[in-house]
Design a protein around this ligand. Structure first.
Ligand code: HEM
Length: 459
């Protein structure tokens, strides 16, 4: 063990640390990077499995049944909710935890990521979400399993929150959080409230429910909290952090971003208080403010960074923000004219598939290969195919859901199953591309000349 002269003179013997050679420091950094990548791959892989089978496949099955019977009310509400839960928490939730555990310690300059907590969180979260899906779908011991699953999900969130909030930057006294950090905090509060509401809902079902499904009116409010309080702010946060670089956007307008969060949160509070219809314009206003803050539709000041992904990447990101506006406007329309659940369903689908899923397919394929051991995306062609199929499927679904459910055009019932299969194909292409990247593309961590940082990985 070697120590420097300065250490020998000024540092007491009990506190002396070994001085490492540059080669040793590099080796430690590479080992840490490999461990972080393994963790990330675990979260992303389980998220993809939830997305494919319990999520999208069940969603397609539900839609085939709805289309066959030409009525949304005649299919099992527990199965519809099982699909929604698997997508929102199993897919998007697992991705957020994985990316958070991978990136937050690096962004905050932590030297020792909390690996034990991160793996414990993954196990508890995955069991909790899988248990919820199984209890909803099979109905076995659901009065017990629903609250237990919700408790496990809450416990996983607490582990995540404690682990990432313990990482402090070295000069934390002078630390002033960047705007995207406020949005992450807001989104994390939304996630926590959604999980608490989910727990309360499962207790309600266990004690008073006749089936493992939330009553419709409660479910509608809960979905607004999950969609606009948790999913949307997380996408805004990732957009604030990465879109100025990826799309070469002009600098963020931070005050508008804060205003967007405030208006959006007011909409959620009003909805939870029972004023759902008057709250709908606030979601459109919040989306317009966020778009203006991020300057998504303004001309870029730099070339977009499309190295390693399909060149259409900036187009799909901008289109996703178009879907966000469509979702908000359909929400206003639904509050006035919906008589069948079709306009509400179309609004929710424009949001979950058009905005959230298109963003995840775009940004996911941009960042995940680098995070998972400095790999290259397996196929840029498959990336384009997945995004194009998802967009076509979503356009058909959103338009035909209104036409069919509202009884404006009976031919639209025949288009809905086709739309579902096209969406399934798009989602499957994404999953294949990410698994192909993890399994078939070599990792370049060992060849990196420097410690891999989040900004190197995403530049
Ligand atoms: C990609 C193919 C998908 C298909 C075929 C599909 C299908 C469906 C169907 C048939 C419903 C029932 C309500 C209605 O008729 O609109 C539904 C509801 C829902 N979907 Fe999807 N969906 C898909 C993707 C997604 C995605 C990507 C998400 C989230 C990220 C999502 C989240 C939800 C939620 C939260 C609900 C409401 C569940 C409830 O009533 O509690 N779906 N979906």
């Amino acid at each position: 063990m070697s120590i420097s002269l300065e250490q020998a003179v000024t540092v007491p013997a009990s506190e002396r640390r070994p001085v490492r050679s540059p080669a040793e420091v590099m080796e430690i950094a590479r080992a840490r990077e490999s461990s972080l990548s393994r963790l990330l791959i675990a979260y992303i892989s389980s998220g993809l499995v939830f997305m494919l089978l319990p999520g999208t496949f069940l969603g397609v099955w539900n839609l085939l049944q709805i289309s066959g019977r030409e009525s949304a009310g005649s299919v099992s509400q527990a199965w519809l909710q099982a699909h929604g839960h698997a997508q929102v928490f199993g897919w998007i939730g697992s991705f957020i935890f994985g990316i958070g555990f991978y990136s937050i310690p690096k962004l905050r300059g932590a030297t020792k990521p909390a690996f034990g907590a991160a793996w414990a969180c993954w196990i508890i979260w995955t069991i909790g979400v899988a248990m919820r899906w199984a209890a909803n779908v099979y109905g076995w011991q659901w009065r017990l399993l629903l609250p237990v699953s919700a408790l496990l999900e809450l416990a996983a969130f607490v582990i995540f929150f404690r682990a990432v909030s313990q990482h402090r930057p070295e000069n934390s006294g002078k630390y002033r959080p960047e705007p995207w950090v406020w949005v992450v905090i807001s989104a994390s509060i939304g996630l926590m409230l959604t999980l608490v509401a989910n727990f309360a809902g499962t207790i309600y079902m266990a004690v008073r429910g006749a089936s493992p499904a939330l009553p419709h009116a409660l479910d509608q409010r809960y979905l607004v909290l999950a969609a606009w309080g948790f999913l949307v702010p997380f996408v805004w946060a990732f957009s604030t952090k990465w879109m100025p670089v990826f799309l070469g956007l002009k600098p963020l307008r931070p005050k508008l971003l804060l205003a967007a969060l405030a208006v959006n949160s007011t909409g959620i509070v009003l909805t939870l208080a029972g004023w759902g219809a008057p709250a709908t314009p606030l979601f459109v206003a919040g989306a317009v403010l966020a778009i203006a803050a991020l300057r998504i539709f303004e001309s870029s000041r730099q070339e977009p960074k499309t190295r390693g992904v399909h060149w259409s990447f900036p187009f799909f990101v901008r289109m996703a923000y178009g879907w966000l506006l469509v979702a908000g406007l359909l929400g206003i329309g639904a509050a006035h004219w919906d008589s069948s659940g079709g306009i509400w369903g179309a609004s929710r689908h424009a949001l979950t598939v058009g905005f959230i899923a298109v963003m995840v397919l775009s940004v996911g394929q941009r960042i995940l290969p680098a995070f998972a051991g400095m790999r290259l995306l397996w196929s840029t062609g498959l990336m384009f195919a997945g995004l194009a199929l998802l967009t076509i499927g979503c356009t058909l679904r959103v338009s035909c859901e209104i036409l069919a459910y509202q009884e404006y055009a009976s031919w639209a019932w025949d288009v809905l199953p086709v739309s579902a299969v096209i969406e399934l194909a798009g989602i499957t292409a994404f999953a294949m591309n990410i698994f192909g990247t993890f399994i078939l593309e070599p990792s370049h961590v060992q060849k990196q000349p420097l410690v891999v940082g989040i900004d190197q990985a995403t530049s």
